[in-house]
Design a protein around this ligand. Structure first.
Ligand code: NDP
Length: 285
């Protein structure tokens, strides 16, 4: 099984002194809301197609299936990039939750471990971040980061611990561009990972003229144009799909380039419109 040619992004690893920088493939597969029983098949297909980066989470209840697909693929561990996430109810038991994730995945380390949500109403994000930093110090998470953290949440953990997240995984797509947050992350060397990079298929995004025009100019689909816009902005993406042909389509975005005018037309689609939960109020535990 040969790997697709996907560029890497270098993640900062601010935890271990002398730790190697961590390379993350800029495109992978996300497995949120993949039906139980389907994840193993889908991850196996993605690995066959040539994906090497998989984004899961304890809260997706499919880490064990991801792990089975990895084991049966026979692909050497160091050729894979596996991300998982600490759930909100586990902020004060990071060591236990991390071990449960490793056991489910059948791995002895992950490449990236993220605090899934800040749940600011509970005041536990700092404890979670300290716990996650310890997993990195133990060498069992090659890089660590957060997800759904707003500027003030990032500022707090950086100020209190001095440990800067390698990445922040946020809802990001042309209808919700998060410019201020992206600028803050850029300033601190925090890589941006987009969740819902295709706006979760919940909008008319692909029908907008900025997308249609670029798609016809380059002979690509709307989804490919949107994913290309992300990668040209330096964002890491892992669109979710249950369909093999879309796995191939979504990865076939490294042979064309959007012009400055096409990028600007997509930038102009920003409506600051989110489809997922608001990190300030999301309270699920
Ligand atoms: P996406 O933006 O990736 O959209 C997924 C939807 O788009 C599905 O309905 C899929 O349908 C459809 N789709 C995929 N490819 C194409 C295509 N080429 N053309 C048309 N439609 C397409 O949303 P997600 O929410 O899944 O985000 C991606 C990943 O981000 C998740 O899987 C998860 O790993 C992560 N995530 C993280 C969150 C967090 O809080 N940290 C929150 C949400 C997601 P179909 O399957 O039928 O192809």
């Amino acid at each position: 099984m040969s790997a697709l040619q996907i560029p890497n992004i270098t993640l900062k690893n601010g935890v271990r002194s002398g730790g190697d920088p961590v390379e993350i493939p800029q495109l992978g597969l996300g497995v949120f809301l993949v039906e139980p029983g389907e994840t193993e098949r889908i991850v196996s297909e993605a690995l066959e197609v040539g994906y090497r980066h998989i984004d899961t989470a304890a809260a997706y209840f499919n880490e064990a299936e991801v792990g089975r697909a990895i084991a049966s693929s026979g692909i050497p561990r160091d050729e894979l990039f596996i991300t998982t996430k600490l759930w909100n109810s586990d902020h004060e038991d990071v060591a236990g939750a991390f071990q449960r994730s490793l056991d489910a995945l059948g791995l002895d380390r992950v490449d990236l471990y993220l605090v899934h949500w800040p749940v600011p109403m509970h005041g536990t994000a700092l404890a979670a971040w300290r716990g996650v930093a310890e997993t990195a110090e133990s060498g069992r998470a090659s890089a660590i980061g957060v997800s759904n953290f707003e500027i003030e949440h990032l500022q707090q953990i950086i100020d209190e611990t001095g440990v800067v997240p390698a990445a922040n995984q946020i809802e990001l797509h042309p209808l919700h561009q998060r410019r201020e947050l992206r600028a803050f992350c850029a300033e601190h060397g925090i890589a941006i990972e987009a969740w819902g990079p295709l706006a979760q298929g919940k909008s008319d995004l692909f029908e907008r003229s900025a997308i249609l025009d670029a798609a016809s100019a380059h002979g690509k689909s709307g989804a490919q144009v949107v994913l290309r816009w992300h990668v040209q902005r330096g964002t890491i993406v892992f669109p979710k799909t249950m369909r093999r042909e879309r796995m191939i389509e979504n990865a076939d975005i490294f042979d064309f380039e959007l012009s400055e005018a096409e990028m600007a037309a997509i930038d102009a689609l920003d409506e600051q419109r989110n489809f997922g939960p608001d990190p300030y109020t999301f309270d699920n535990r």
